[in-house]
Write a protein that binds this ligand. Structure first.
Ligand code: NAP
Ligand code: ZN
Length: 349
C-alpha cells in the first residue's frame, strides 16, 4: 500500500480537510499516477454534501478531472510506461463485459460503472477515493493519453466538463447548419460553448448572469440570451435544434423548451439536488420535441475528444487554486463565481 496525502470530507456538513489515505498495490493491469492537477466539478460538491439521495460514503475524497504522470505500471500493462502524461476522468472501472461496455459506452455499463470516487471497488468493495490527492492507481483501460500540445492544468477539466458536453454534442449531431443552445456558463457550460463552436455549430448561450455576456461571445457563442429577461427568451422561440442544459440547480425548463424547433431536443446534463418542476406537456407535444439526458462519455470518445482538443488547441479557462482553498472555491462555485473552472495544483498538498 502507498500512503497518499488527500483532502476529504468527514461528513455532509464538514469542510474538506487533510487526510492520509492508502492507494492499493499495483494489480497486473494497473497504472500508478502522480497527480499534478485536479479540476473541481460541481459533482464533487453535490457528493461531499450528500445532495444526491444520501449515497455518499465518508470519508469522501472527490475529484475526477485528474492529470499527472505515470510513475509505475503493473506486470500486464501494455499501453503506458513511467513518464507518460495521462488523465483519469469520472470512471475507474466497469464490468467490461456487457453491451454498453463492449460498445465503448462504459458510463452506461449494465452492471454499473465504478466511479473514480464514491463507488465500491469491484474487487475489494472498498470506497473509491478521487483526485484531491497526490497519487491514484487505476486500471489502464480507464487511463487517457493527454495531448502534448495542451497546457496540462487547463486540460484537466476536459476529463469531465469536456466529455460531458462533447458526448451529447456529437450524439445529437451538433455541427455546421445546426443551432445549439448551451444553458449555464459554468465549468460544463463554457466547455459546451467552446466545443459546440469548434464543431461548427451556431452556439447560443443562455445565462442568468448578464456580466458573462462578453465572455460567452469570446468563448465562441454567436448570441447570448440573459434568461432573466423574458423578452429576450421570446426572441429565440422555435429556433434551436439542440439545447444542452448544464445548470446545477432546479429551474423551470419551459422557457428553454419553447426555444426548440420542431423535433428539437433538450438534453439535461446538469444534475441538481432537487428535481426540476415538471415541464408543460403542451410545449413538448406541439413541435414533437424531446427531453433527454446524457451521462459523461465513454473511454473511446473521451480519447477522441482529447485528441480533437489537442488538434484545435482547446483547453478550459481555469483559475488555479492551492488545495487549501477548496472550501472557498465551493462557496464561489455556488455563487456562479467561477471563470470557468477551478483547478487544484496538487503540488500545494
Ligand atoms: P458550475 O460550474 O457550478 O456551473 C453551473 C452553472 O449553472 C452556473 O455557472 C450558472 O451559470 C448556472 N446556474 C447555477 N444556479 C442556477 C440557477 N438557480 N438557475 C439557473 N442557472 C443556474 O457547475 P458544473 O461543474 O458545470 O456542473 C453543472 C451540473 O452538471 C452539476 O449539477 C453537476 O453535478 C452536473 N454534471 C453532470 C454530469 C453528467 O454526466 N450529466 C457530469 C458532470 C457534472 P450562469 O451564471 O451562466 O447562469
Ligand atoms: Zn464532473
Amino acid at each position: 500500500m502507498l500512503p497518499t496525502k488527500a483532502f476529504a470530507a468527514a461528513n455532509a456538513k464538514a469542510p474538506l480537510a487533510p487526510l492520509q489515505i492508502q492507494r492499493r498495490d499495483l494489480r497486473a493491469n494497473d497504472v500508478r499516477v502522480d497527480i499534478a492537477f485536479c479540476g473541481v466539478c460541481h459533482s464533487d460538491l453535490h457528493t461531499v454534501r450528500n445532495e444526491w439521495g444520501g449515497g455518499t460514503v465518508y470519508p469522501s475524497v472527490p475529484g475526477h478531472e485528474i492529470v499527472g504522470t505515470v510513475t509505475a505500471v503493473g506486470t500486464a500493462v501494455k499501453g503506458f510506461k513511467a513518464g507518460d502524461v495521462v488523465g483519469v476522468g469520472c470512471m475507474v472501472d466497469s464490468c467490461q463485459d456487457c453491451g454498453a461496455c463492449n460498445g465503448g459506452l462504459e458510463q452506461y455499463c449494465e452492471r454499473g460503472f465504478t466511479g473514480t470516487y464514491n463507488a465500491p471497488d469491484r474487487k475489494t468493495g472498498e470506497n473509491t477515493l478521487g483526485g484531491y490527492s497526490n497519487t491514484i492507481v487505476v486500471d489502464e483501460k480507464f487511463v487517457l493519453r493527454m495531448p502534448k500540445s495542451l497546457d496540462l492544468a487547463g486540460a484537466a477539466p476536459l476529463l469531465c466538463a469536456g466529455i460531458t458536453t462533447w458526448s451529447p454534442l456529437k450524439h445529437w449531431g451538433a455541427g455546421p447548419g445546426k443551432k445549439v443552445g448551451i444553458v449555464g456558463l459554468g465549468g460544463l457550460g463554457h466547455m459546451g460553448v467552446k466545443l459546440g463552436a469548434a464543431l461548427g455549430a451556431h452556439v447560443v448561450l443562455f445565462t442568468t448572469s448578464p456580466n458573462k455576456r462578453e465572455d460567452g461571445l469570446r468563448l465562441g457563442a454567436k448570441e447570448v440570451v440573459v434568461t432573466k429577461d423574458p423578452g429576450a427568451m421570446k426572441t429565440m422561440a422555435g429556433q434551436l435544434d439542440l439545447i444542452i442544459d448544464t445548470v446545477s440547480a432546479a429551474h423551470n425548463l419551459d422557457p428553454e423548451i419553447a426555444c426548440l424547433k420542431r423535433d428539437g431536443t433538450l438534453v439535461l446534463v446538469g444534475a441538481p439536488e432537487h428535481p426540476h418542476p415538471s415541464p408543460t406537456i403542451f410545449n413538448i407535444i406541439f413541435g414533437r420535441r424531446s427531453i433527454a439526458g446524457s451521462l459523461i462519455g465513454g473511454i473511446k470518445e473521451t480519447q477522441e475528444m482529447l485528441d480533437f482538443c489537442g488538434k484545435h488547441g482547446i483547453t478550459s479557462d481555469i483559475e488555479k487554486i492551492p488545495m487549501q482553498k477548496i472550501n472557498d472555491a465551493y462557496e464561489r462555485m455556488l455563487r456562479s463565481d467561477v471563470k470557468y473552472r477551478f483547478v487544484i495544483d496538487m503540488a500545494t498538498l
